[in-house]
Design a binder for this molecule. Sequence first.
Ligand SMILES: C[S@@+](CC[C@H](N)C(=O)[O-])C[C@H]1O[C@@H](n2cnc3c(N)ncnc32)[C@H](O)[C@@H]1O
Length: 292
Amino acid sequence: MNSFMSWIGGKKALRDEIVVRFPAHYSRYIEVFGGGGWVLFHKAPGKDFEVYNDFNPNLTNLYRCVRDHPDELCDELRYTLNSRTDFDHIRETLHTKTDIPNIKRAAYFYQLIRESYASGLDSFASQPHSMWNNFPLIHEACRRLQKVVIENKDFEKLIKQYDRPESFFYCDPPYYETEDYYEDVGFTEKDHERLANCLCSIQGKFLLSYNDCPRIRELYSRPGIIIESTSRLNNIAQRYEAGKQYAELLISNYDTAEWLESCRQMSLFDLFEESTEILKGRKFVWKQEKSE
Ligand SMILES: C[S@@+](CC[C@H](N)C(=O)[O-])C[C@H]1O[C@@H](n2cnc3c(N)ncnc32)[C@H](O)[C@@H]1O
């Protein structure tokens, strides 16, 4: 299913590539940099314990309101106008007032996402639309989120809290040198390093998506880590150059074809033709066993 919101860096275009690489076995799924949750909403709900986390408190408040108060949230959104004046007022209010009730705050934040240019929250650029069209999405997301734990923590604290051998962390941090897109939280060079050190010492498994750049390749070229390169259509560049691709890395501490291998052992191989094709095309940039 789709997310109920678009978000900068959202993984809508890469979600098939990501989900097909999930480990064969895990009992805790933790989405560390939740954003619009495109991977969480795309993955099948199973028996696993699921956690959505983001350090942006407006975002986690919105998620909690979608999960716990969808009708009240839709009521708050029912009579919003597509108006630049309202947009600027709401943006200012969210930045300056601390005592806005949670559901109203969630409605304001959703309106900013919905009406800003590329969901960047800062400039009004809305096509005429009815907010009512979003209500079915909000209710669908509410049902999907019922058993999902929603956290508002810095990644390191979260990863340490949930780390077990049977945990699986999907991480989609702010991309290198595009950190300013997330003005509400901030992310620095030190945070990229902190993330690498934290992930490379966990007991569980992780899959990490990043932009392809020398610094990130360097940070993760370590024993026991696998780096694959992939690409997807660059949505913004499509406007002036059709077919333009955006290079990305998928980094893991396990073999990303292990799920398919387990299907092969159960003779289910043919059922997953599309997944097989994706995994057959894997391009490794770095792969070095960990010496015992
Ligand atoms: C690339 S976006 C995630 C997009 C998401 N995967 C999706 O499909 O919509 C990165 C997210 O990391 C969050 N973030 C930034 N710093 C963080 C931190 N220190 N700990 C946890 N989340 C953080 C941002 O608020 C942002 O929503």
